[in-house]
Design a protein. Structure first.
Length: 84
């Protein structure tokens, strides 16, 4: 019983941490964006510039519209980004 509760608690804790760690690509600054996998300073700056030029992203998948970010990079960071 104790093991079951421990596993349940661990699952809930990890799920909450993953959800809280997601970065909103519509509001994050360059420094925060640069921490994402496959995104460095140059691509982070391109994301911010894209937002300035085109407005907010409608979905996380829209990040592939930014020059230098393709499907492979999106797959690496898809679970770590959100739009709100």
């Amino acid at each position: 019983m104790k093991k079951m509760l421990l596993l349940l608690f661990s699952f809930i804790f990890l799920t909450v941490n993953i959800a809280l760690a997601a970065i909103n690509i519509n509001t994050a600054d360059e420094e925060m964006l640069a921490t994402l996998p496959g995104i460095g300073e140059v691509k982070a700056a391109a994301i911010v510039q894209y937002r300035k030029d085109n407005g907010d992203f409608k979905s996380p998948e829209d990040i592939v519209l930014v020059k230098g970010i393709g499907q492979i990079i999106f797959e690496k960071l898809s679970k770590e980004i959100i739009v709100e």
